[in-house]
Design a protein around this ligand. Structure first.
Ligand code: ZN
Length: 390
């Protein structure tokens, strides 16, 4: 049996299955890039070889879906020398992130959607699934084809728009009508192409917070579910606003990458923020965690002088899941859903974030004691963190 052949069916034996809801102990059969069978004892058919992994004593869960990664690099807000590098496939695989939503941020001048698309497709060569968002912080929106709606209708990789910045001095200060138009264009473009056309909204430090989103939904025929506001844990008052937005039927995204300085300045770590929202009765299914990977984070020295900008890491997503479960009492199924199934729902990716027949073959094997990632399967390819693909 040639174990190196990544195309052979892969049987994971006897793992504790989390779909993300617990399914008990059982086998998992993957073939042709999809999950074929889940649970019980599975005997693959005779006549063809297969690969086998011993999953006994390990948790098997869906690969993480990261709702915001600056795939082609970000930063640049401190001058050209502060631009961050593009994401490496190895970093995502090591972090258990098998699906990524790529976006531009502040810099849509030296960063382009064509480059973003190329970076997404390069990741696909490693078994990762990556999509792109049209637009950037700026409005009127920058696009690939010249039109937001055309991007969504004509380019399969483009599934939404963002990060559109609100309540931030780095944004274009869109008004209610302008934001409504963006949401409507994304919604209709998405409808025509069978996509959700979600608008990822970067929420800045401004005290107005989510007020603009409420105003759009009050004055225009835009449902709250069209928007997905991110960085909602950047301060306690905004997190409270997030609770009201959830109660209205919206969804929120919590940013997992942070620094001691940002926490000092009011940032609520994502795991704590998630526990707070759940403790106040929020619907766990409409909360997602994202890394904001490759964004720039300020790095201050002991005297408070800006030393430079560090890169946000995709690994912060897994760290937040572990922290939520181990330090904040969030149930494993809820934490996994926030890093997978919920994001898949927000972006309209039905084959992602779940262990079920027909889902994509993206699976993590976790140590049940510390939730460390032992094995990552991306599109059926087996990756050992730190140990490469085979
Ligand atoms: Zn942002």
């Amino acid at each position: 049996m040639p174990i190196a052949d990544a195309h052979l069916p892969l049987l994971i034996r006897g793992a504790r299955l989390h779909a993300p809801e617990p399914l008990g102990e059982g086998d998992l059969l993957l073939a042709g890039g999809r999950i074929i069978a889940v649970g019980g004892r599975i005997e693959p058919g005779a006549g063809f070889g297969h690969r086998e992994i011993d999953g006994r004593g390990l948790i098997a869960c869906p690969g993480f879906v990261d709702s915001l990664v600056h795939l082609s690099g970000g930063g640049g807000e401190g001058g050209f020398h502060t631009r961050t590098r593009a994401l490496r496939a190895e970093d995502a695989l090591d972090a258990g992130v098998t699906s990524l939503i790529g976006a531009l941020g502040t810099d849509d001048v030296t960063r382009s959607h064509a480059d973003l698309l190329a970076c997404a497709r390069a990741l696909a060569a490693h078994g990762l699934s990556a999509w792109c968002l049209s637009g950037s912080y700026r409005v009127p929106v920058r696009t690939l084809t010249g039109s937001l709606r055309d991007d969504l209708v004509l380019v399969p990789d483009f599934i939404g728009v963002g990060e559109i910045a609100i309540a931030d001095h780095r944004g274009s200060q869109p008004d209610v009508a302008e934001l409504a138009r963006i949401a409507a264009d994304a919604r209709v473009g998405g409808m025509l192409a069978g996509k959700r056309g979600t608008v990822l909204v970067h929420v800045g430090d401004g005290a107005e917070g989510l007020a603009l989103l409420h105003a759009v939904c009050e004055h225009h025929a835009v449902p709250p579910g069209q928007f997905h506001p991110t960085h909602v844990n950047r301060r306690a008052a905004l997190l409270e606003q997030g609770l009201a937005w959830l109660a209205r039927g919206g969804s929120v995204d919590l940013t997992t990458s942070t620094t001691p300085d940002l926490i000092e300045a009011g940032d609520v770590p994502a795991a704590a923020a998630l526990a707070q929202l759940l403790g106040k009765g929020a619907d766990a299914r409409r909360i997602t965690l994202s890394s904001d990977g490759q964004a720039s984070l300020p790095d201050f020295d002991a005297d408070g002088e800006l030393r430079g900008l560090a890169e946000a890491s995709v690994a912060s997503l897994h760290a937040a899941v572990v922290d939520a479960v181990q330090a904040h009492g969030v149930g494993l199924a809820d934490a996994l859903a926030c890093a997978g199934a919920n994001a898949a729902d927000v972006w309209g990716l039905p084959r992602k974030g779940r262990l079920g027949p027909g889902a994509d073959a993206d699976v993590l094997l976790l140590d049940p004691d510390d939730l460390a990632i032992r094995t990552v399967v991306a599109a059926g390819r087996v990756h050992r963190p730190g140990g490469g693909q085979r």
